[in-house]
Design a binder for this molecule. Structure first.
Ligand code: PLP
Length: 380
């Protein structure tokens, strides 16, 4: 059976990238690897829109995030985490595990964090750093990181952003928005297999490193080595070779064009879902361009929908996470996606729901998705 990977990570990998990953392994301290490494580090700077160093780790996104925690958190110091979903909660646990005195600005899952709330919280209690999630993949909400960063800068704290599922899909202006650390992983909008984590780190963040023990994830060690194009440890060379090609594809498309494509993919997914008569869980707005979360119709278990799509059609979509498991399903659209990846998902969901006796409109959703994809852009 043909397999379709439609989750918000891992995501489909273009054949050119797979070919690079499958090429013979080269030695990481050989002249063959250095130009690849140099290009990847330069291209990551372009994608993160930063002049600062982008540190690359053999790790998933969580590992790169832990590098930020290990370098910036010292036991007993005040930190603020903004949480509105599964990943926000993960960072609360991690920052707590490193012994910080953690405050949480917590929203119900599915809500969008607000910069006025953040300003008010920072006026009540100081924080050395504020930990934000740009795209909360568990809910489909993409926060306005630019607006959220402003009160943090006013308060003189560092801004750390989980852009694991958003980097390359929606704008993330590291330098222009004053983001001190931006973390991402290879397996989302960067169109690579899982296994590489990255952290763009500002000079202010380097200057603020703390006392927690660290070795593999020590920023200084990786920065010094990267600047000599001599990785501190054996990097996953095949993944780095794949990322080189993937970043070339992304930059050749152009970041602005890629952002616009993601806006249209999000519109197509939402239009299709609404035409089916289903209720969106994620916001009905252009910024929500990473994953479309949909409430399962009453009487239908989302887990059953996810399983049926996989077993009947080889289509993998994502279930809800945490308390939302079984209640929502999530249609991914980051990275190497086009509109037919959306219509395939929508058509298959329509079939599976109809078979389960759910009240869905038949025959309208694919057209609605196609029309929404090609409608005139309305972005500012
Ligand atoms: N943060 C967000 C927003 C994510 O979507 C994910 C992965 O799904 C992670 C963090 C964790 O990344 P990883 O699974 O690569 O460790």
């Amino acid at each position: 059976m043909k397999q379709y990977l439609f989750t918000p990570g891992p995501t489909p990998v273009p054949p050119e990238v797979l070919a690079a990953v499958g090429a013979p392994v080269i030695h990481h301290r050989s002249p063959d690897f250095r130009p690849v490494y140099e290009r990847v580090l330069t291209r990551l700077g372009e994608v993160c829109r930063t002049e600062s160093d982008v540190l690359l780790f053999g790790a998933s996104g969580t590992g790169a995030f832990e590098s930020a925690v290990a370098n910036l958190v010292s036991p007993g110091e005040p930190h603020l985490v903004v949480s509105a979903g599964n990943f926000g909660e993960r960072w609360v646990s991690m920052v707590t595990a490193y012994g910080a005195d953690v405050d949480v600005l917590r929203y119900p899952w599915g809500e969008t964090p607000d910069s006025d709330d953040l300003r008010a919280r920072l006026a009540e209690r100081e924080a050395r750093a504020v930990w934000l999630v740009q795209s909360e993949t568990s809910t489909g909400v993409v926060a306005d990181v630019r607006a959220l960063a402003a009160p943090v800068k006013e308060a003189g704290a560092l801004v750390i952003v989980d852009a694991v599922s958003s980097l390359g899909a929606v704008p993330c202006e590291t330098d222009a928005w004053g983001l001190d650390v931006v973390v991402a992983g290879s397996q989302k909008a960067l169109m690579c297999p899982p296994g590489l984590g990255l952290a763009a780190v500002s000079e202010a963040a380097f200057a603020a490193t703390g006392t927690s023990p660290r070795f593999y994830f020590d920023w200084e060690r990786t920065r010094n080595a990267q600047r000599k194009l001599d990785a501190p440890f054996t990097p996953p060379v095949s993944l780095v070779a794949g990322l080189d090609v993937a970043l070339e594809l992304l930059l050749r498309e152009g970041l602005e064009a890629a952002f616009e494509r993601h806006v249209r993919l999000g519109r197509a997914a939402r239009a299709g879902v609404k035409a089916l008569g289903l209720e969106l869980f994620s916001p009905d707005e252009d910024r929500s361009a990473v994953v479309t979360a949909v409430r399962a119709p009453s009487g239908v278990d989302a887990t059953d929908v996810v399983r049926a799509l996989r077993d009947r059609f080889g289509i993998t979509i994502a279930n809800g996470q945490g308390d939302l498991k079984g209640k929502i399903f999530r249609l991914g659209h980051i990275g190497w996606f086009d509109v037919f990846d959306i219509t395939t998902q929508i058509a298959a969901v329509e079939l599976v729901l109809a078979e389960r006796g759910a009240e869905v409109e038949r025959g309208l959703a694919v057209t609605a998705a196609l029309e929404a994809f090609s409608a005139e852009p309305s972005r500012a």
